[in-house]
Ligand binder design. Structure first.
Ligand SMILES: [Zn+2]
Length: 348
């Protein structure tokens, strides 16, 4: 007969400290470990914390495909399932680029991609969030390019260093920190609180911050006359679910509702994953409602968080891209844990 040892309180405390220590080195985009199991009734469970696969963001070997989505509107799509996508918009007078990639090599690929299409000046570069995979390529852009970000993204980057970001995101690049050789942080020249827009010459481009979602500061870049949006980490590509990383389920939902109300979107260029349609916003809202209901049921049934999440898979009513099943299963379990804790608090 096998007896399960229940860890002593002191050992549990060590585990909590260890997780807190790890947590300090891991941020969104990196490996996330579940916190120690805690039941709805406050008892501790003895199972080890789950380990989830990190998002595979390694830029080495990434080749960006330039895809024309509309006259003057181009997506730059990664040839791997989840490394970053970027893009650019060409007006009569100037070019605006969306995100600069995870290092100088990707940044240079973006510049080269623009130059194959137009020789107009790249006057603007919008960074959609403060994670390095969206802005580490900033430094290779010309000094004449004005970098724009939300104030939240700017503040987040101002209070950290390249080394800190790289260390936190090491797991996403297979722990090969040499991919960041040469990177220097270059911060935005212009910031905005909620909305910013520019006329590139007969072509208007907008940037919006609708609230926290996957990251605390994801910005949506929108081309109104083409109804095309870059959604950063707020909405991943076709066959994904959201990752409720930086805010609760309710906050993420409110952010998506503001987005849905404000913009008419036909095509989404996600920060990660394949191109998708505007209907993905509705799918994400439906998913968030589903996990909220599931978590409330689990708490009402007195399931422990481990029992609730450890073998959970994404409900079949949400289609997951085959190559992203392990990653999205991990995201789903993290989301369930988040939803469970929210529901557990409401229950008390
Ligand atoms: Zn991202």
């Amino acid at each position: 007969m096998i007896t399960r040892r229940v860890p002593s309180f002191a050992r549990r405390l060590d585990e909590v400290r260890y997780l807190a220590f790890l947590g300090a080195f891991l941020m969104a985009g990196a490996v996330l470990l579940g916190s120690p199991g805690q039941t709805a009734t406050g008892r501790s469970s003895a199972s080890p914390p789950p380990v989830y696969p990190p998002p595979p963001l390694n830029p080495t070997g990434v080749v960006l495909e330039t895809r024309a989505l509309s006259e003057g509107v181009y997506a730059l799509l990664s040839n791997t399932p989840f490394a970053d996508n970027e893009g650019f918009i060409v007006g009569r007078d100037a070019v605006l680029v969306v995100d600069s990639g995870f290092n100088g090599r990707i940044g240079q690929q973006i510049l080269d991609s623009v130059r194959r299409v137009t020789d107009k000046p790249i006057r603007y570069l919008v960074n959609t969030n403060a994670f390095g995979d969206h802005n580490f390529g900033n430094y290779v852009f010309p000094a004449t390019t004005k970098i724009v970000s939300s104030r939240r993204t700017f503040d987040s980057l101002r209070n950290t260093t390249k080394t800190e970001i790289a260390t936190r995101m090491a797991a996403t690049v297979d722990n090969d920190l040499s991919v960041f050789d040469g990177v220097t942080l270059r911060l935005a020249d212009e910031t905005f609180d909620e909305h910013w827009s520019v006329d590139l010459g007969g072509r208007r481009v907008e940037a919006h911050f609708f609230g926290p979602g996957m990251s605390p500061n994801d910005t949506v870049v929108y081309v109104p006359d083409a109804q095309i949006a870059w959604t950063a980490n707020l909405i991943f590509g076709a066959g994904t679910i959201p990752w409720v990383q930086s805010s609760g389920v309710a906050t993420y939902r409110a952010t998506l509702e503001r987005l849905a109300r404000a913009l008419e979107i036909k095509t989404i260029v996600p920060g990660h994953g394949a191109l998708t349609g505007g209907g993905t916003i509705e799918t994400y809202l439906r998913y968030l409602d589903a996990i909220k209901a599931m978590a409330e049921q689990a708490v009402a049934n007195r399931l422990s968080v481990d029992e609730f999440i450890s073998t959970a898979t994404v409900p079949s009513s949400f289609q997951i891209a085959p190559s992203l099943v392990p990653l999205m299963t991990g995201a789903h379990r993290r989301n369930l844990e988040r939803a469970y804790r929210d529901a557990d608090v409401r229950e008390r």
